[in-house]
Design a binder for this molecule. Structure first.
Ligand code: NAD
Ligand code: MG
Length: 384
């Protein structure tokens, strides 16, 4: 059997390290061709020495010498800088690029990989939030698979297996509700990053953890789902499900609903994206119904968690709105993590930025990059 060649972008992060856990368990099936990180050079070197890829990229140029020296006795090529990401994803030996970078920084490497015929295992939801129409158009043009890693989208993707000729009536994306589920705005006014970083069901990178607390993550996932599954906005519903066992659901035209269930563990959607269309035997924890005698569902509170409403609104307006929403959100989350802005202040800034950046109905890639930059600058001005 030919091994599947895999590039892991963002290999040192939460999804990246779990991807390597999956790969480690199937040495006969997967082969790591490229590993990349932002600045965690020590972990990147450790991973490179274990998986012996052809190349590694460390985005932070200050870490380049360190990585180069540490890998000098190997045949592994070492690169640095964002441009290098767009080069390494083109390597012939790569079949799938698993993009686990955080933020809009993941967009250009995804596009380059698609243009070179690589299938995409996509954790980096921001790619589709910023430029979903453009990216999905390129994917269909180059006939590459977009394989979701996000657990909700993987659930929907799994429910759709075998249903290729059956139209979707609607989908339900489940949301845990995060650490502040059930709280009101007066409570949220004084919450700190320490509160927000304590997610009830998942351990993830800092940015997505804050996004989960503010429900922006669900907003980004609604946008991601619209493009991945080619839906109208009104076909994408969010339902709060605090136990995070039902990972999402699809309703078909006869009213039948299919759901995918399991314990919350990102290794399963990662593995399915890499092994698709096959399922591989593993020893991950199994779900026990008696541990969860009650699975509950409730309506999301869009008044308290305005980010979700802002995301729906941006998606309805379309064009560059989701790109602006995402860029502003990246800045406010970073500011919140640095104690420069309050939890509720995040939505206020995003809303103002959405008002200030000019609307573009059909942006090109360059337009998206300019709007992303403009939105970041305006958000920073407001915060400082
Ligand atoms: P993380 O912060 O743990 O890891 C991010 C990775 O990207 C790291 O390897 C980091 O070095 C690298 N990186 C950071 N900034 C970069 C930049 N500007 N350019 C290139 N590389 C950069 O994040 P994560 O939690 O693993 O999330 C990664 C992506 O997956 C996000 O888009 C997130 O929304 C999505 N996702 C994560 C989870 C999860 O459970 N963690 C679940 C679903 C979706
Ligand atoms: Mg998710």
């Amino acid at each position: 059997m030919n091994k599947k060649g895999i590039a892991v972008l963002g290999s040192t992060g939460s999804i990246g390290t779990q991807t390597l856990d999956v790969v480690r368990a199937f040495p006969d099936r997967f082969d790591i061709v490229v590993l990349t990180c932002g600045s965690n050079a020590t972990l990147l070197v450790e991973q490179a020495l274990e998986f012996l890829p052809q190349a590694v990229v460390v985005i932070d140029e200050a870490q380049f010498e360190f990585v180069k020296v540490k890998l000098s006795h190997t045949a592994i090529a070492v690169y640095s800088g964002m441009q290098a990401l767009e080069e390494v994803v083109q390597f012939e030996e790569i079949d799938v690029v698993l993009n686990a970078i955080v933020g809009a920084a993941g967009l250009r490497p995804t596009i380059k990989a698609i243009e070179n015929g690589k299938d995409i295992a996509l954790a980096n939801k921001e790619t589709l939030v910023v430029a979903g129409e453009l990216v999905m158009g390129l994917a269909s043009q180059h006939q590459v698979q977009m394989l979701p890693v996000d657990s909700e989208h993987s659930a929907i993707f799994q429910c759709l297996a075998g249903e290729e000729t059956n139209p979707i009536e609607k989908i339900y994306i489940t949301a845990s509700g995060g650490p502040f589920r059930g709280k009101d705005r007066s409570f949220l006014a004084s919450v700190t990053k320490e509160h927000a970083l304590k997610h009830p069901n998942w351990v993830m990178g800092a940015k997505i953890t804050i996004d989960s607390a503010s429900l922006m993550n669900k907003g980004l996932e609604v946008i991601e789902a619209k493009w991945l599954f080619d839906l109208e906005v009104d076909q994408v519903d969010v339902i709060v499900h605090p136990q995070s066992i039902v990972h999402s659901l699809v309703q078909f035209q006869d009213g039948s609903i299919k759901a995918q269930l399991g314990v919350p563990d990102m290794k399963l959607p990662i593995q399915y994206a890499l092994s698709y269309p096959h399922r591989l035997e593993n020893n991950f924890e199994r779900f026990n119904f008696l541990d969860y005698p009650q699975l509950t569902f409730e309506k999301p509170d869009l008044h308290t968690f305005r980010n979700l409403a802002l995301a729906y609104d941006s998606l309805r307006k379309g064009g560059n709105r989701p790109c602006v929403l995402n860029a502003a959100n990246e800045i406010v989350v970073d500011a919140f993590l640095k104690d420069k802005i309050s939890f509720l202040g995040m939505s206020d800034v995003i809303e103002t930025v959405l008002e200030k950046v000019n609307y573009l109905a059909r942006p090109s890639l360059d337009d998206y990059i300019e709007c992303d930059y403009a939105a970041r600058r305006i958000a920073e001005e407001i915060i400082n």
